[in-house]
Design a protein around this ligand. Structure first.
Ligand SMILES: *[C@@H]1O[C@H](CO)[C@@H](O)[C@H](O)[C@H]1NC(C)=O
Ligand SMILES: *[C@@H]1O[C@H](CO)[C@@H](O)[C@H](O)[C@H]1NC(C)=O
Ligand SMILES: *[C@@H]1O[C@H](CO)[C@@H](O)[C@H](O)[C@H]1NC(C)=O
Ligand SMILES: *[C@@H]1O[C@H](CO)[C@@H](O)[C@H](O)[C@H]1NC(C)=O
Ligand SMILES: *[C@@H]1O[C@H](CO)[C@@H](O)[C@H](O)[C@H]1NC(C)=O
Ligand SMILES: *[C@@H]1O[C@H](CO)[C@@H](O)[C@H](O)[C@H]1NC(C)=O
Length: 669
């Protein structure tokens, strides 16, 4: 028992000894750990601070790039994609190819406006769009939901047209309305409620959204990538190799650091995004307000005179209610843009306070507060008694930069603290988006006129089901009704005509398809969506419906401003109207395979003469529907008609463009 006790004591002593030694070791380890933690904490703090500084520097570098771009030009279109070269640099595309900003037609879609890929600068941010092809949609003013849009309602058909008992009489009456619009004669027919202008604009903004957001809806194009990272990889690849996605569904949209957490050093990233929307215009916009801009390079390339370039897609305009040159203040364009809401869709009275002072509407001569939730490019500021009002233009030197405030949490906020002299300080958080005007488009009754009462299926698979190709003669091959998407054929073929001579009857006939009406009868109809120029109408010719008014990035540079004067002076000296080398504008007749489309091209007089002398000349057409054609032109010795001899080295183009060639304009017209 004793032995056991002493053994137990011995054990306890040993245990105690071990424990104390262990405690000393433990204490030392603990002391070391404490020291290590302290060192590490200091290192982490240093790293966080360095990371924060680096992120801040990256942010400043992005700002520096933007500032540099801002000083080089305006917000505006910079360049379209190239597909042509020449013996002089002006054969290369600028902000126009055959159309300003690469605009084109997709008339077989009920509300699609064709517009290709462009490089754009908006408020110093340079980016590259996908193939745009945008729709007639506007901000949904019934909700503040971010990105909510609604379709723009097209104008009705004048009752004087729809009440006519036969289609033939409706056609005759409808022509009178187009005549009234083209000649701007409201005595003839008061066309104004039926030819409604809308403004289409490009909006750009930084966004905190994590997932890739389709910039805007198109019936024809969508971004190829499903994440921002994927889009970035694709762009790295195309930039590195110079290749392109044939479907033109990639965009280069930069990212930026909008803020850096001062404690954690963690940056907050934002993604640039853009969209194209339209907005109805509730004031009259007479056609004479569109002033032709002299884009010398593109019209020389297209061999168009200054006088006639407005009758081509390359015509670019400025909206101006003045018919003489002058400095302007608040203009019709400001008035139209001020109706467009920013990202709040339906902003409450947002009245940005600029540096502690009120912001007032330049439309008025008094202290009317400006709702900064709508797009504007200038404001008045000041205090009522102290200094009066002074005008401020948004941007340091950016003529066409329209801005609007919003309250959307998806948009990064910038805080600004302002202290009243000897008074309290207030911090205001601001969120902004930017816009530039793109074009003014007149919606016409053709968008809804359906005199044959054809069925319109929402599903674009119904019209061509069972191998239907739109035959005008074979009941089993005529389209089964129409569809807003890709098969929007409602307009009677006879509405367009060429009794006036110029373009020949084949013109509309080939753009004509056969559609079965509700009783199974084939109706010969043409596409009814938006057109830049209508097909020729009897006694009227074509009618222009899309007026591009985009600002051009280069216009903001001093060189461009000087050049504009030189161009004007030379034009005046020469007598307006002189063009360079004469040339013919030509077009392939539309093909319906893979969607209705046609291609344009230019043939210089020398080449034209060669063709007429029996030679064969090669040309490349414009890009449409994701492809272009290489043609060999000749005068078919059998028929003496100008035709393509080969198309992409085949006898007939893969998409079945008819062989004879449409002459759009001859030199001297
Ligand atoms: C542990 O740190 C304490 C306080 O700094 C000190 O008193 C003690 O002697 C240290 N112990 C060892 C084993 O270093
Ligand atoms: C306008 O239309 C009316 C009615 O058709 C016609 O009498 C008048 O001559 C037209 N005015 C012009 C300027 O063409
Ligand atoms: C534009 O087109 C119209 C009619 O086609 C023409 O009368 C006018 O002179 C053209 N040119 C300019 C520079 O406005
Ligand atoms: C400013 O002028 C407009 C138009 O003249 C008027 O409707 C408005 O009431 C005026 N507002 C103020 C604050 O005086
Ligand atoms: C439709 O056009 C075809 C020729 O393209 C013609 O044969 C046919 O008679 C036309 N149908 C009607 C109803 O006009
Ligand atoms: C056309 O499509 C409708 C809807 O799918 C169908 O009911 C009808 O039978 C079709 N008509 C013909 C002639 O195929």
């Amino acid at each position: 028992m004793v032995a056991y006790r002493s053994r137990r004591l011995c054990f306890l002593v040993t245990l105690f000894y071990l424990a104390t030694t262990q405690a000393v070791i433990l204490e030392k380890t603990f002391n070391d750990t404490v020291a290590l933690v302290a060192t590490l904490q200091q290192r982490i703090a240093e790293l966080q601070s360095n990371l924060g500084d680096l992120a801040k520097q990256t942010q400043l570098q992005q700002l520096e790039v933007e500032e540099r771009v801002r000083s080089e030009g305006n917000s505006g279109i910079k360049q379209v994609r190239y597909v042509a070269h020449g013996t002089s640099s002006y054969f290369d595309y600028t902000h126009a190819n055959l159309g300003v900003a690469a605009i084109h037609d997709h008339t077989n879609y009920h509300d699609t406006l064709g517009m290709g890929e462009v490089i754009v600068v908006i408020n110093g941010v340079e980016f590259r769009t996908r193939h745009n092809d945008y729709r007639l949609v506007q901000p949904d003013t019934s909700t503040r939901t971010f990105r909510a849009v609604k379709d723009i309602i097209p104008p009705p058909v004048p009752p004087q047209v729809s009440s006519k008992p036969t289609v033939a009489l409706q056609i005759l009456e409808m022509r009178e309305w187009f005549k009234a619009f083209k000649t701007q004669n409201i005595t003839h027919r008061d066309y104004r409620p039926y030819f409604q202008p809308v403004i289409c604009y490009m909006e750009g903004f930084w966004s905190l959204e994590q997932n890739i957001m389709e910039p805007f809806k198109s019936d024809r194009h969508a971004l190829f990538a499903s994440s921002w990272k994927q889009l970035q990889e694709q762009i790295f690849y195309t930039s590195y190799t110079g290749t392109k996605d044939l479907l033109e569904n990639m965009a280069y949209l930069p990212t930026t650091i909008v803020s850096v957490n001062s404690i954690t050093g963690k940056p907050v990233y934002a993604q640039w995004n853009y969209r194209i929307l339209c907005n109805p215009i509730d004031v009259e916009v007479p056609l004479k307000y569109f002033r032709v801009q002299d884009d010398l390079a593109s019209r020389t390339r297209l061999r168009q005179s200054y006088q006639n370039v407005n009758n081509t897609r390359a015509g670019r305009f400025r909206l101006s209610e003045y018919d003489y040159e002058r400095v302007t203040g608040f203009t019709l364009l400001d008035r139209i843009m001020q109706d467009i809401p920013g990202l709040d869709n339906n902003p409450s009275m947002l009245n940005e306070v600029a540096f502690g002072m009120g912001v007032y509407n330049t439309a008025f001569n008094n202290f009317t507060k400006l709702n900064t939730g709508y797009y504007h490019r200038s404001y008045k500021t000041g205090t009522a008694n102290a200094m009066g009002l002074s005008m401020v233009d948004r941007g340091f030197s950016d003529e066409m930069l329209f801005v609007a405030e919003n309250t959307q949490p998806q948009i990064p906020a910038f805080d600004f603290t302002i202290c009243v002299f000897r008074g309290p300080c207030t911090t205001r958080s601001s969120r902004f988006s930017y816009a530039i005007p793109l074009e003014i488009v007149y919606m016409t009754p053709l968008l809804t006129w359906n005199p044959y009462n054809l069925a319109i299926y929402p599903d674009f698979k119904t019209p061509p089901a069972n191998g239907r190709t739109g035959s005008t003669t074979d009941v089993t091959k005529a389209f089964n009704g129409s569809s807003p998407i890709a098969y929007y054929y409602l307009t009677p073929k006879e509405f367009y005509s060429s009794t006036t001579g110029q373009p020949d009857p084949a013109d509309t006939a080939i753009a004509t398809v056969g559609v079965l009406d509700k009783t199974g009868v084939i109706r010969n109809v043409t596409a009814s969506g938006v057109q830049i120029f209508t097909l020729p109408i009897a006694g009227l010719g074509t009618v222009r419906l899309r007026y591009p008014i985009p600002p051009i990035h280069g216009e903001g540079s001093t060189v461009w401003k000087d050049l504009a004067i030189v161009k004007n002076t030379i034009r005046v000296m020469q007598g307006a109207g002189s063009a360079g080398v004469p040339a013919y504008q030509m077009q392939l007749y539309p093909a319906t395979v893979g969607g209705l489309h046609s291609h344009d091209f230019t043939v210089f007089k020398q080449d034209y003469d060669l063709i007429m002398n029996g030679e064969t000349v090669s040309v490349s057409t414009s890009l449409a529907n994701g492809h272009q054609h290489n043609l060999e032109l000749w005068k078919n010795p059998g028929t003496n008609v100008l035709e393509y001899k080969t198309c992409d080295y085949q006898n007939v183009c893969f998409d079945q463009h008819p062989k004879n060639i449409k002459l759009v304009s001859s030199p001297g017209r």
